[in-house]
Design a protein around this ligand. Sequence first.
Ligand SMILES: Nc1ncnc2c1ncn2[C@@H]1O[C@H](COP(=O)(O)OP(=O)(O)OP(=O)(O)O)[C@@H](O)[C@H]1O
Length: 331
Amino acid sequence: MTALSLTNVCKSFGQVEVLKDINLTVEEGEFVVFVGPSGCGKSTLLRVISGLEEATSGDIEISDNSVNDVPPAKRGIAMVFQSYALYPHLTVRDNMSLALKQERKPKDEIATRVAEASRMLSLGDYLDRRPSELSGGQRQRVAIGRAVVREPDLFLFDEPLSNLDAALRMNTRLEIARLHRQLGASMIYVTHDQIEAMTLADKIVVLRDGRVEQVGSPMEIYNHPANRFVAEFIGSPSMNFVPAERLGGQNGQFVGIRPEYAQVTPNGRLKGKVIHVEKLGGDTNILIDLGDDLTFTSRVFGQYDTHVDQEITLDFDDTKCLSFDAEGQRI
Ligand SMILES: Nc1ncnc2c1ncn2[C@@H]1O[C@H](COP(=O)(O)OP(=O)(O)OP(=O)(O)O)[C@@H](O)[C@H]1O
């Protein structure tokens, strides 16, 4: 069964086309992440799938059934947003039970589902607390629990971790990955965060300006980006692009070199002056001015000792380089 299928989906707000002919499938149990620059249409696409926005044209199927005319509450989906919007006067247990009570599910079944979800999300000790008595991470886990108890066919997450600090983001990210493994549920997840996209996704969908640029597994996208936009967007620090003529004997107009594949070495093919050093502890990012307005980043494993204004040379493994034509397409 296909969890979600989008065929020629378009969405305009007045004259502005925000989604342009989106075709996409999500297989059952798949974790799909939407990424792309701000304003590219990620949230709008999620809202169109959920039914909170109506598509201007195109077909949407959830679990092989057309939902074009089905209201949000009947689509078999549950959404988790950035702002968790829990009811402050209700306990964790009541927040998690509410949707099931509204659906008039039997009391026993509600209790079982809430117990199971709170066990999965390590919320068992907090069921009698109110949201104000929880940390931000715990609140977001309650919001996720509220979705889990509904046993939806499809989970939709809209930047659920963006209000959390770095340590909590990591913990909650691991919780979401574990939850996905345990439930085997189909999930769509919107994020700005590279690490979330790379670590959670079975499949990444890169969007630009309302269109799908590329769909693939994280490593396919990282190692075989279709074009310069995807190559630049995925990976941090970003891929370097050097005019091919500067390197001699290379194909295409530009050569793409990931920072980790360019290493400082005596007599390397690229010469420049260090303009900034980022010492991260485990890695060192060295920004180098290669002249002709070309800045290059090298990522060196460990704590590399260099300083601003030092002249250095770099070299790279040719087999790891990518070639792009003048229009930015991969060759
Ligand atoms: N209700 C609306 N009316 C008019 N334009 C809208 C509406 N909602 C979104 N847009 C526009 O559609 C475009 C896509 O917005 P959307 O929120 O989907 O982008 P996004 O990729 O999720 O961005 P971000 O990463 O910043 O959240 C934007 O240009 C936005 O201004």
